[in-house]
Design a binder for this molecule. Structure first.
Ligand code: AMP
Length: 289
């Protein structure tokens, strides 16, 4: 396994593989790798000749009062895990390498970036779209793998790839959860024991809303149920959003008639704060009646 820190070296390495007609699969991450990340790597390994994983805690996607400095970092542990998974290249540039002095170009996917998390993290998706664009130009992948855990991110990337004509297949992989339903996340490390217990409330709330939708009741009732479960957990400090959304436009659809979605999927999505962790989760539910 090769560890590359330099952009030019990464590009030249990618060019050499492309000349040999090898497919390059790419998994971008911010490190502190868990089973969720590794499920993307595994899928990528199955479908490509060469697997590249990037580890880069991207400063431009963190707000000034967010957790860029405290974000968990474990490069050595990550490299060990990736070695075991037969990854070919780990690309781990420094922030100075990615954003040298004078850097001033950003990518903004309008509309969808402002909804849900975008409303609470201004500039976040601009940072994500920018770093993913840069990484695509550096790694030159055939396919890139993202998790449904960050549902909004995945649709923003798909939109960007379409709009900017990137010749890259975007593959979205299912959310990997702990046994009790908590979606795996590097930020779960911020939780103490009691908070970790409380964090199962996201999954419980979505399950409750799912039941309501599957029983044929409206989206408004599903939202009420979801919010009731969230309110029952005293360690939840703030619910930023929790509702039923159109999976493409991300519009809140709780005032619409559910019959308009029969045979289609709707998105349940939540963002909340427990302790010092901001946790997000989502679930797609097919409207059957
Ligand atoms: P991050 O390191 O948080 O930027 O995540 C890197 C990639 O892993 C993103 O595409 C995430 O959506 C994905 N990911 C994170 N957590 C999970 C999870 N629990 N299950 C599946 N994919 C995940």
């Amino acid at each position: 396994m090769e560890i590359i820190r330099n952009i030019k070296v990464m590009q030249e390495t990618a060019n050499a593989y492309i000349r040999e007609a090898k497919t390059i699969g790419f998994v971008p991450t911010m490190g502190a790798l868990h089973e969720g990340h590794l499920s993307l790597v595994e899928r990528c390994r199955q479908e490509n000749d060469i697997v590249v994983v990037s580890i880069f805690v991207n400063p431009t996607q963190f707000g000034p009062s967010e957790d860029y400095k405290e974000y968990p970092r474990d490069l050595e542990g990550d490299i060990e895990k990736l070695r075991e998974m037969e990854v070919d290249i780990v690309f781990c540039p420094t922030a100075e390498e990615m954003y040298p002095e004078g850097y001033c170009t950003y990518v903004n996917v309008e509309g969808v970036s402002e909804k849900l998390c975008g409303a609470f993290r201004p500039g976040h998706f601009r940072g994500v779209a920018t770093v993913v664009t840069k990484l695509f130009n550096i790694v030159k992948p055939t396919r890139a793998y993202f998790g449904q855990k960050d549902y909004q991110q995945s649709i923003i990337i798909k939109r960007m790839v379409e709009d900017l004509n990137f010749d890259i297949d975007i593959i979205v992989c299912p959310t990997v959860r702990e046994k009790d339903g908590l979606a795996m996340s590097s930020r779960n490390q911020y939780l103490n024991e009691a908070e970790r217990q409380a964090a199962t409330v996201l999954y419980r709330a979505m399950q409750a809303a799912r039941e309501v939708i599957l029983s044929g009741k409206g989206f408004g009732e599903a939202k009420e149920h979801m919010q009731r479960v969230l309110r029952s957990e005293p360690l939840v400090r703030e619910v930023q959003y929790a509702s039923v959304y159109d999976p493409f436009s991300l519009e809140d659809i709780t005032t619409l008639d559910a019959s308009g979605y029969k045979g289609r999927k709707v998105l349940l999505a939540i963002a909340l704060i427990i302790g010092k962790a901001r946790l997000i989760d989502n679930m797609l539910v097919e409207v059957t009646q």
